[in-house]
Design a protein around this ligand. Structure first.
Ligand SMILES: C[S@@+](CC[C@H](N)C(=O)[O-])C[C@H]1O[C@@H](n2cnc3c(N)ncnc32)[C@H](O)[C@@H]1O
Length: 217
């Protein structure tokens, strides 16, 4: 099934490189399926911060989740790409807009995702973004985050090298600025609900973890 989804989701993207990237991402990275598991069964709308080319939204639709999804990213090329792919796939209730998350967040009450973007923010910006995102989680909803965690592991060193490479190759508009530690998530998010942290690196060499804030109903 994963191979079928990878083929379908990569087909709208122009160029062999983008298609290969999407296909490999869907096949090898456990992230989108993990978010599907977290959000399965909810009707709450989703705000996806740093949505990139919209892959999470397309994956969740492909897996049968129908709640409305709004994706924001400050890279206009990726937002254009996401919009075109969404139209090609004829998907409903998806919106993608260009927005810098350092400038605050729009009104929202539902679930929120922040996947692989925190490393571009300073510690102060991270704390502000996490607080604003947590405030937008509806009762019973979730804030689902993936981030590389700062620690003493070799995985952490490889994570930093990978993010620098993404900048040097121009795939990302910015290089990494700061990586949060597990304690930062507990400190910032615990006032808003229950916090859970688990490894989420699948077959990759990176130090990625899934961090889930669950708000009480
Ligand atoms: C590694 S990609 C992850 C994309 C997507 N979340 C996913 O997992 O498929 C990081 C994304 O964060 C976006 N980003 C970085 N800084 C941002 C900011 N200040 N505001 C909005 N988006 C940002 C980048 O443009 C990029 O699309």
């Amino acid at each position: 099934m994963t191979a079928e989804i990878a083929k379908k989701l990569s087909s709208p993207f122009p160029g062999r490189w983008a298609r290969s990237y999407v296909s490999a991402k869907v096949k090898t990275d456990p992230l989108y399926e993990a978010v599907h598991r977290e959000l399965h069964g909810t009707d709450l709308p989703l705000l996806d911060l740093g949505c990139g080319m919209g892959l999470l939204a397309f994956y969740l639709r492909e897996r049968g989740l129908t709640f409305s999804i709004r994706g924001l990213d400050y890279d206009d090329r990726k937002i254009q790409s996401a919009g075109k792919a969404g139209s090609f796939l004829k998907l409903r209730d998806l919106a993608f807009s260009t927005h810098d998350a350092r400038e605050g967040l729009p009104e929202h009450e539902g679930n929120v995702t922040i996947l692989d973007i925190l490393q571009f923010f300073t510690p102060t910006e991270q704390e502000r973004l996490l607080t604003l995102a947590a405030e937008r989680v509806a009762p019973g909803g979730k804030l689902v985050i993936r981030s590389g965690l700062k620690d003493d592991s070799m995985r952490f060193k490889i994570t930093v090298a990978g993010d620098i490479l993404a900048r040097v190759s121009c795939w990302m508009k910015a290089g990494p600025t700061h990586y949060p530690a597990a304690g930062d998530f507990h400190r910032i998010l615990s006032p808003h609900g229950q916090v859970r942290i688990e490894p989420m690196w699948g077959g990759t060499p990176f130090n990625n973890h899934l961090i889930v804030l669950q708000r009480k109903t």
